[in-house]
Write a protein that binds this ligand. Structure first.
Ligand SMILES: Nc1nc2c(ncn2[C@@H]2O[C@H](COP(=O)(O)OP(=O)(O)OP(=O)(O)O)[C@@H](O)[C@H]2O)c(=O)[nH]1
Ligand SMILES: [Mg+2]
Ligand SMILES: [Zn+2]
Length: 303
């Protein structure tokens, strides 16, 4: 699934990667063998089965009749109290959390919340810094060091090699605040993508240059998914235990925590088992608690 418009879904046919077709959704789709009709069952990145006219000729439509099981799901909710989960992208291997070092200023909270969604959704996050020509990266990146998240600089003046290596032969989604340079980066990675880019002056006034998620094939293999800018990342569906679960070295330790432990340490959780860890793991606990703290505080980053 490469693009979704009001009534049609664009699909790329698997056997011939270059062949595209339009498809419409059947009333019900089969997920894991069961016929269901969820509100928005098919998202960009989904693998679907289509029948009917798959020629891709103008005016023809195929029918989506099957949704393959997803290898990863990046979800968000509108805010932290909203029970309605929206899948942002399916089947991504990597999530590039695109963050400008200035204009708009980097928001640690938004990065932390996006990291949580990636860890919980089974997508490996990478912190991707843009506008490196406008500010120094050191101070901002220091706070993420103990999470072992890969950090790559990919401003317009930085060489493309490191980010090309990350996206090669993988499905990579880009997320981040509006105006950070997601589409600019996509245009560098896919020279004929021709994604519209915008000036940052409109940020905070509800203006987003990209309004749709689109998957584009990379020239050397793999897919890149450009998404519209976000102002916040609702995590109503995420519990502290799910975050801990994503870290191999912490997962087993919390089995010794008292019931209802929120793993924040004293004073809230004086008996949290994570406090028995030492060395690198202890530093990791501090970093993961930073994520848990971000899970509790959501902001709408207007600008
Ligand atoms: N100085 C500088 N400007 C950049 C850099 N990367 C992107 N820009 C500029 O930032 C502006 C916004 O870039 P876009 O690529 O449209 O941002 P976006 O993240 O796709 O924004 P939305 O589609 O609204 O989410 C454009 O004017 C770009 O030229 C960079 O590394 N340095
Ligand atoms: Mg864009
Ligand atoms: Zn605990």
């Amino acid at each position: 699934m490469t693009r979704i418009d009001a009534w049609t879904w664009a699909v790329r046919l698997f056997r011939t990667r270059s062949q595209a077709a339009e498809a419409c959704r059947a009333g019900h789709v089969k997920i894991n063998g069961a016929s269901v009709k969820p509100a928005q069952p098919v998202v960009v990145g989904d693998r679907v089965g289509v029948v009917g006219d798959t020629s891709g000729r103008p005016g023809t439509l195929a029918r989506i009749v099957r949704l393959e099981e997803r290898t990863s799901v990046l979800r968000r909710t509108a805010d932290d109290t909203d029970p309605y989960e929206r899948v942002v992208v399916a089947n991504a291997d990597r999530l590039l959390i695109v963050t400008a070092l200035a204009d708009p200023p980097p928001r640690a909270g938004l990065v932390e919340r996006t990291l949580v969604a990636a860890f919980v959704g089974g997508v490996t996050p990478v912190l991707c810094l843009t506008k490196t020509d406008l500010a120094d990266a050191e101070e901002f990146t220091a706070q993420f060091r103990d999470l072992d998240v890969e950090i790559v600089q990919c401003g317009v003046h930085d060489p493309l090699g490191p980010v090309e290596e990350i996206v090669h032969n993988r499905v990579t989604a880009l997320v981040g605040h509006s105006g950070v340079g997601k589409s600019t980066l996509v245009n560098r990675l896919v020279p004929d993508a021709d994604r519209a880019t915008g000036s940052v002056s409109g940020v905070g006034k509800g203006r987003h240059t990209s309004s749709q998620s689109v998957a584009l094939p990379l020239p050397d293999g793999g897919w890149i998914i450009d998404t519209p800018g976000i102002r916040s990342f609702g995590l109503a569906h995420v519990s502290p235990d799910q975050v801990i679960e994503a870290f191999d070295d912490l997962r087993d330790v919390v089995a010794d925590c008292p019931r209802g432990c929120t793993h924040m340490g004293p004073p809230a959780d004086p008996e949290c088992a994570l406090d028995t860890l030492t060395g690198t793991s202890a530093r990791r606990v501090t970093a993961v608690r930073q994520l848990l703290a971000a899970l509790r505080t959501n902001h709408d980053w207007e600008s």
